[in-house]
Ligand binder design. Structure first.
Ligand code: 6PG
Length: 247
């Protein structure tokens, strides 16, 4: 497992690097296969999507991409809290990706039924490695409490679940969510944390430098077994790291 931390002066530079990962990944995808990416929600992913929509309409061969989500709020797809709606409006409606390549989580459905349905969607549309679905790229955000996808501190059993997807609860809002589990995340070829802003700096340092009870944080459990883990940070999010390595 290779880990790397890359620090960028601007979100655009971070987004450009992320876009290059996708371009390279698609180039390495065998003909006839699709490049599978799981999108995350949150403010940082939104900024990245907006960059891709403007700068990567043609650089990324969208017809070769299968888009999934790593988590979704249990809300209607018209809700302004929907991760699908955010990705649709900031990216998917602006690029030429076939609608059949988009596999949204039905936030409006019964959560337990949807967790099972989406698990089957992943099984049937994501290529397997060692008989287990392997995403080409897992895009993750980081909460300032150390959560990632919709697995929050105190719910590590969801990370260790033997299911592909679970129903989670946001402990602050009590909102139900559908989330992929740790085995999906850690089986991916490439896992990328995209983290910006000073509010995340303490948590970034805690996790990447293994400080102060880091091991009990959901995001700290992200350790791809064979894949690579890349932290893409802006300078504010990296500001509390002991050793700064500029991208
Ligand atoms: C969600 C995300 C969640 C998010 C982090 C970071 O649905 O909210 O999956 O894990 O990525 O909370 O969000 P921000 O970038 O908005 O801080």
């Amino acid at each position: 497992m290779e880990n790397s931390i890359k620090i960028f002066s601007t979100v655009d530079e971070l987004s450009h690097f992320f876009a290059e990962l996708i371009v390279t990944g698609i180039q390495q995808t065998p003909p006839g296969n699709h490049y599978s990416i799981a999108l995350s929600g949150g403010s940082t992913p939104r900024k990245v999507f907006e960059y891709l929509a403007v700068h990567c309409k043609t650089q990324i061969e969208w017809e070769k991409v299968f888009v999934f989500w790593s988590d979704e709020r249990c809300v209607d797809l018209q809700s302004d809290e929907s991760n699908y709606r955010m990705a649709k409006e900031s990216l998917l409606d602006m690029v030429s990706i076939p609608s059949d390549n988009i596999f949204r989580i039905f936030g409006e459905s019964d959560p337990d039924l949807e967790a099972d349905r989406y698990s089957e969607i992943i099984r049937s549309h994501v290529s397997s490695q060692h008989t287990f679905p392997q995403f080409d790229l897992m895009m993750l955000g980081l909460g300032d409490d150390g959560h990632t996808v919709s697995i929050f501190p105190g719910s590590l059993q969801l990370f260790h679940s033997n299911k592909l997807c679970e129903v989670a609860v946001n402990p602050y809002s009590r909102q139900k969510r559908i989330t992929v589990t740790g085995q999906i995340i850690n089986h991916a070829k490439t896992v990328v944390f995209l983290v910006t802003g000073a509010s995340k700096a303490e948590m970034v340092a805690r996790i990447t430098e293994k400080k102060d009870g880091w091991g009990k944080l959901p995001a700290a459990l992200v350790r791809p077994a064979e894949g690579q883990l890349i932290w893409l940070l802006d300078e504010l999010a990296a500001s509390k790291l002991d050793s700064i390595i500029q991208a």
